[in-house]
Design a protein around this ligand. Structure first.
Ligand SMILES: [Fe+2]
Ligand SMILES: [Fe+2]
Length: 175
């Protein structure tokens, strides 16, 4: 008897030890991938906020922190929608980067300009992926997912604009 059987016997009911198989619904699979991307995006911004040093830090830190929180909120909304569609999130964090549509670029030094370059690319990738999802999750086929993705897409476009403004104001204006 393994520990789950023992627990099951102890509480007198069946204990589920594995998750459902990956659903075939292509929209759920895309939402799962977007969820991985959002969780990683939040972590990436949080790493920027915690690691930045020198020129641009005081201008960019508030934006990095705000974006970290907003990406986490996107993840929460995607997780809820995946559940509503009877899917499950990717179970292990070790698999997030390989399932994210564009992988993950780590923040490996304290240079704020490099952080802006990396996060601008990440936002451009996210925007491209959400537009891709909208091709499947149309207003007719899945109005709820369509509305959610459009809301998130608008936030990502705002993030991209914020970062581009910062790059221009802090680094490019004096060159
Ligand atoms: Fe996001
Ligand atoms: Fe974003």
């Amino acid at each position: 008897m393994d520990k789950y059987d023992a627990l099951s016997a102890a509480i007198g009911s069946e204990v589920t030890t594995s998750i459902d198989p990956v659903p075939a619904d292509p929209i759920v699979i895309k939402l799962q991938k977007a969820l991985c991307d959002e969780l990683l995006a939040s972590y990436q911004y949080w790493t920027c906020y915690q690691s930045s040093r020198g020129r641009g830090k005081s201008d960019c830190d508030p934006e990095f922190k705000a974006h970290a929180e907003e990406e986490r909120e996107h993840a929460e909304k995607l997780m809820l929608r995946i559940n509503e569609l009877h899917g499950r999130p990717i179970p292990h964090p070790a698999n997030w980067a390989e399932n994210a549509p564009f992988g993950y670029t780590p923040i490996e030094n304290t240079n704020v300009r490099e952080m802006l370059t990396i996060t601008i690319q990440a936002e451009e990738n996210a925007i491209a992926y959400y537009k891709e999802i909208l091709k499947d999750a149309t207003a007719e086929a899945d109005p709820t997912t369509h509305r959610l993705i459009k809301q998130i897409l608008a936030d990502e476009e705002e993030h991209l604009y914020d970062l581009q403004q910062l790059l221009g104001d802090v680094f490019l204006a004096e060159e």
